[in-house]
Design a protein around this ligand. Structure first.
Ligand code: CA
Length: 596
């Protein structure tokens, strides 16, 4: 009898600690707090004593109701501790910390991971993934974070593996291959826990990788469902049966879909009530769009997937037949929108292509599309009836139309690094505004003939990125999602490449390549505090409370795509030194006392 009971609990997904308790007492007891459940992740944004998910909650708002650090007290914000990632090779620290039961879990460049005492910064364990020669990360050796679930911490590696380690010891519990790194696949995003599944995409859009979203049992790594995001490819359903994505050759000609790209290389968000996973897909391959006529679904697209089956419930494609490597991976932030007197379950996303889209997240209906950067050359707007861009004809020419190898070039704005890249915006419940880390730049782009070769870059394009303005590239913008109005702008000399955090203390935190973690007023943009971390900040600030004190933490360590791909932006950032530090702040004691 007891055996049967245990079996049925396993089927219901009970945790091992909970099962052990049930076996001894015969009744289900309150779950062990140290075991991370789907419910804890779903409610992450409501609990200020922890950060159990990437995005600070499955809605990815990156907003905290903590207000101990506020306009009056922020001047007393000082370092509590710092931790060095060590190693000879620094580069690109884009991680977001997770914090649970006094332990911080962080990832670093070259597929490394650590557990730290969140109070002292002391290291509890480290994991260094053994990387083979011949990996192909397009855009630096970064990692953006892990997921925690049950007693595991799980992350993806540059050789396209998922690795789960024991949260207490750092010992490997399972390892699964996502795809073949020798064919150009890699992984840098934080995986998502949704519907008690581990959800991840893949990277490799510059190598003709085929985009795929995969769901696994987080405890074992076993695949549950798999959904290719390029029409014509065949996915797997939870019962083992197969179904084609889209309709063969509906939006791709001939065999062009076979190496069609679309890598979902950034993580997704999740609505537990609708049980939908929201994830974006990368550029179609190759970049040269003359080689693949048609809309090229579902590349450069936002998708809503049924978390039970992985089937595509709806899609919205901001850039059909993408010709500029605008990708479509940027995060969808879920929020409630007052729209025509009703509250709509909405999602907002700021695309690399320069437009800020608000969608009904139940059905994908487009509610608004507004430019969030000054300079957009490829489209003059978006037709709200059809959802399609109104293009200006700013596409590079076909190499077949000119003599020699190069087609006619154009100058396009934004540059392919985007009006906003991967680094996440934040939605403040206090102001109802989005805070977008945007950039103003342009590119000269031209096409070249290209054929697919496994493991080699598959672009068929050449390009040079240039600044648009003399005095700034980065612009922090506060955007009203109801009106599309920009409430304020804060310029930055170099490109913004860090995520954003907002708090009920009326503050917006973000980092700069100049090395600062900054706090600005969420209503005016006035700078209220900054701290020099010693290297460029391209990490992701989060906040939590511990023993009555509010903490802020962020990774410092210059790198990422800008120094590798930035073209004429290079001289602006070439003096920035590399690093690898986790900086953690709290109020000096006297300030804490004053705030209480
Ligand atoms: Ca791309």
């Amino acid at each position: 009898m007891r055996f049967t009971r245990t079996r049925s609990m396993m089927a219901a997904g009970a945790s091992s600690a909970l099962m052990a308790a049930a076996l001894t007492s015969g009744t289900v007891v309150a779950s062990d707090n140290n075991v991370v459940t789907q419910q804890m992740i779903n409610e992450d944004a409501m609990h200020t004593d922890r950060v159990t998910s990437y995005g600070m909650g499955p809605h990815h708002q990156r907003y905290s109701s903590l207000d101990q650090i506020n306009h009056d007290t922020v001047s007393g914000l000082v370092p509590a501790w710092a931790f060095s990632f060590g190693g000879e090779q620094q580069r690109g620290q884009e991680t977001q910390a997770l914090i649970h039961e006094g332990v911080m879990y962080i990832t670093g460049s070259y597929s490394r991971m650590w557990a730290l005492d969140a109070k002292s910064g002391e290291m509890l364990w480290s994991y260094e993934h053994r990387l083979p020669d011949g990996i192909s990360p397009c855009c630096d050796v970064v990692n953006r974070g892990a997921a925690i679930y049950d007693d595991l911490v799980i992350f993806g590696t540059l050789d396209a593996m998922m690795v789960a380690v024991d949260r207490e010891t750092g010992r490997v519990r399972w390892r699964e291959k996502i795809a073949d790194y020798q064919a150009g696949y890699s992984y840098t995003a934080a995986p998502l826990i949704a519907n008690d599944l581990l959800i991840h995409g893949n990277s490799g859009g510059e190598f003709g990788a085929v985009g795929m979203v995969t769901a696994r049992d987080p405890r074992t790594g076993e695949m549950v469902w798999e959904r290719p995001v390029v029409e014509g490819h065949v996915g797997t359903l939870p019962d083992g049966s197969e179904s084609m994505t889209g309709e063969l050759n509906a939006t791709w000609e001939g065999e062009t879909w076979k190496q069609g790209g679309g890598a979902p290389w950034l993580g997704g968000s999740y609505d537990p009530e609708l049980n939908l996973i929201y994830i974006g897909t990368g550029n179609p391959a190759p970049w040269n769009a003359h080689a693949r006529p048609g809309d090229n679904l579902y590349t450069s697209t936002r998708l809503a997937l049924d978390a039970d089956t992985g089937e595509i419930v709806w899609h919205y494609q901001p850039t059909p037949n993408d010709h500029w490597d605008y990708d479509g991976v940027n995060e969808m932030v879920l929020f409630d929108l007052d729209y025509d007197g009703e509250t709509v379950k909405a999602a907002a996303t700021a695309d690399r292509n320069g437009f800020f889209y608000v969608l009904d997240r139940e059905n994908g209906a487009l509610l608004s599309a507004t430019k969030f950067v000054n300079e957009v050359s490829w489209a003059e707007g978006v037709d709200l009836e059809t959802g399609r861009p109104i293009e200006t004809g700013n596409r590079p020419g076909n190499p077949a139309d000119t003599e020699g190898d190069e087609g006619e070039s154009v100058v396009a704005r934004p540059a392919f690094l985007g009006g906003k890249n991967w680094n996440h915006m934040s939605y403040s419940q206090r102001t109802g505004l989005f805070y977008i880390p945007s950039n103003e730049w342009e590119m000269e782009i031209w096409n070249e003939p290209v054929t697919y070769r496994r493991g080699a870059a598959f672009l068929g394009a050449g390009f040079t990125i240039k600044p648009v303005y003399d005095d700034k590239v980065g612009v922090m913008r506060a955007m009203d999602p109801k009106t599309g109005e920009i409430k304020f702008e804060v310029p930055n000399r170099t490109p913004l490449w860090s995520s954003v955090l907002t708090t009920a203390g009326g503050l917006v935190f973000y980092g700069t390549p100049e090395g600062y973690l900054k706090a600005i007023c969420d209503e005016t943009g006035e700078e209220m505090w900054k701290f020099q971390t010693g290297s460029g900040v391209v990490g992701q600030p989060v906040t939590w409370e511990m023993d009555g004190e509010q903490y802020i933490t962020v990774a410092s360590g210059w790198g990422g795509a800008v120094p590798l791909w930035g073209g004429e932006i290079g001289p602006l950032v070439s003096h920035i030194t590399q690093g690898g530090m986790m900086w953690t702040f709290k109020l000096a004691d006297i300030q804490t006392a004053a705030a209480r």
